[in-house]
Ligand binder design. Structure first.
Ligand SMILES: Nc1ncnc2c1ncn2[C@@H]1O[C@H](COP(=O)(O)OP(=O)(O)O)[C@@H](O)[C@H]1O
Ligand SMILES: [Mg+2]
Length: 432
């Protein structure tokens, strides 16, 4: 009885049609809001289009961006602002960053509307955006009324201060940089290896110490006399003689006072400049460049590409990186460009050779230490050829332990050596 009346009233009367259209309009506006553009978000928040506002902005390196994002994240947690997009057609985006045992969830492409009386007297929109390509740098922008640009500037300065003073996660740590699908950097444990663990000629350590002192004991003297506190050491020698191990020992000694950045060959080839730019906020920094021969080719052979140009720029003073000690390693110094090796780039070139017979015995003893066995280690060392590396010796001991457990005899180790499988050989024939 009542239904037809209701229906006719809803649809029949001009007033109701208008209301329906209005609802439809609101619906459409709402759905438009869920695909909101960065511009319309700012417009709605601050009541004016972005082009008529003031924007204070900063561009940071990849790691500095993580700090800045963490500082912004604190403000977001504290004031719970309305969030919106910073990139067209993309929801506010957060990224996971692992710091020690903690995983931080940080804004990576997000806009936040802070009302008046929260981060500033006036309302502001803060946008943060991590660039997914190139150097993985970050942009942070603060939009505000153009007559109150100073207020926006203050917010930015405060964010930068918090980032450096409270969120400088990588400072004083060991960070490994490598290239997977994207550039990866992760904090790793302080290397446990000590000088005593390696059998290395003492003059290698004293030469390293001399270069390290330019950034430690002698830093003041050097600065006063106008000498640079940037140093570069090249460790050259065949594979397996302990170049990487030496760099790790030094890293373990310096970390804390120093920030340590270990760069593998693939990351070095693509991101050398980006890595050196990071060093500015880290205090004294040790940069370990592994196997530079893989990417600093020889120009005469035509394979010294942009990585070489980047290397020359960061090592040469065209870009000023003070308080940076670089320890690079190469298996093949002849493959390096003459310009890369010139003394201004490397203050010191340390050549490591294969261990002599006495050192072979010492290294074997080192890896057999703690085993209750009676071995003629001198005889074992004497039967090995001259081009046996520390890594080879370790592998011989490892294979002997795998084959015989701790029940080792001189004869059994001799047998392992004779089999020759401890020495990596090129594969023969087809295994497919
Ligand atoms: N002189 C050495 N004394 C003791 N161990 C060594 C020595 N040289 C190499 N090793 C062992 O071999 C491993 C691999 O050596 P590594 O430092 O990677 O060689 P490189 O970087 O010169 O190719 C080291 O971690 C260490 O265990
Ligand atoms: Mg190495």
């Amino acid at each position: 009885m009542e239904n037809p009346t209701t229906q006719s009233r809803l649809l029949g009367e001009p007033h109701d049609v208008r209301r329906a259209l209005q609802l439809l309009g609101e619906l459409l506006t709402d759905s438009a809001a869920t695909t909101e553009s960065p511009e319309s978000f700012i417009w709605r928040a601050l009541g004016a289009p972005p082009t008529s506002l003031a924007c204070e902005s900063i561009n940071t390196t990849a790691w500095a961006g993580v700090s800045l994002s963490a500082a912004l994240n604190d403000l977001i947690l504290k004031f719970e602002p309305t969030l919106g997009p910073a990139v067209s057609d993309q929801a506010p985006t957060w990224t996971q960053v692992r710091i020690d045992d903690e995983t931080l969830s940080l804004p990576a492409a997000t806009a936040a509307h802070f009302p008046a009386g929260t981060v500033a007297e006036i309302p502001v929109v803060i946008q943060i955006e991590r660039n997914e390509y190139g150097d993985y740098d970050w942009d942070l922008r603060i939009f505000a009324d153009p007559t109150r640009r100073a207020d926006a500037r203050e917010v930015l300065d405060e964010l930068s201060r918090t980032a450096i003073e409270e969120k400088n996660f990588y400072r004083g740590r060991v960070v490994a940089v490598d290239l997977g699908l994207t550039l990866q950097w992760k904090i790793i444990d302080r290397p446990a290896l000590r000088r005593d663990d390696l059998i290395i000629k003492p003059d290698v350590w004293s030469e390293l110490d001399l270069n390290i002192s330019a950034l430690t004991d002698r830093a003041e003297v050097m600065r006063e006399r106008g000498f640079s506190t940037r140093r570069g050491v090249l460790l050259a020698g065949p594979p397996g003689v302990g170049k990487s191990a030496i760099a790790r020992v030094i890293a373990g000694e310096l970390v804390g006072d120093f920030t340590v950045i270990i760069v593998d060959a693939r990351a070095g080839a693509s991101a050398l400049r980006a890595v050196y730019r990071e060093t500015e906020r880290f205090g004294p920094t040790l940069v370990v460049l592994e196997d530079v021969d893989l990417y600093l080719g020889d120009r005469r052979r035509g394979d010294g590409g942009s990585a070489l140009a980047d290397f020359l720029a960061v090592m040469d003073g065209a870009e000023e990186y003070e308080e940076v000690l670089t320890i690079a390693s190469t298996n093949d110094p002849a493959a390096l460009d003459a310009a890369a090796v010139r003394s201004a780039r490397f203050d010191s070139i340390i050549t490591l050779g294969y261990p002599d017979q006495a050192d072979r015995a010492r290294i074997l003893r080192r890896y057999l230490a703690g085993l209750d066995v009676d071995l003629d280690i001198e005889a074992i060392a004497a039967m090995l050829p001259d081009n046996v590396s520390g890594a080879d010796l370790r592998e011989i001991v490892r294979r002997a332990l795998l084959a015989h457990g701790t029940d080792l005899t001189t004869e059994r180790i001799r047998q392992v050596i004779k089999e020759g499988r401890w020495q990596p050989e090129p594969l023969q024939g087809s295994y497919l």
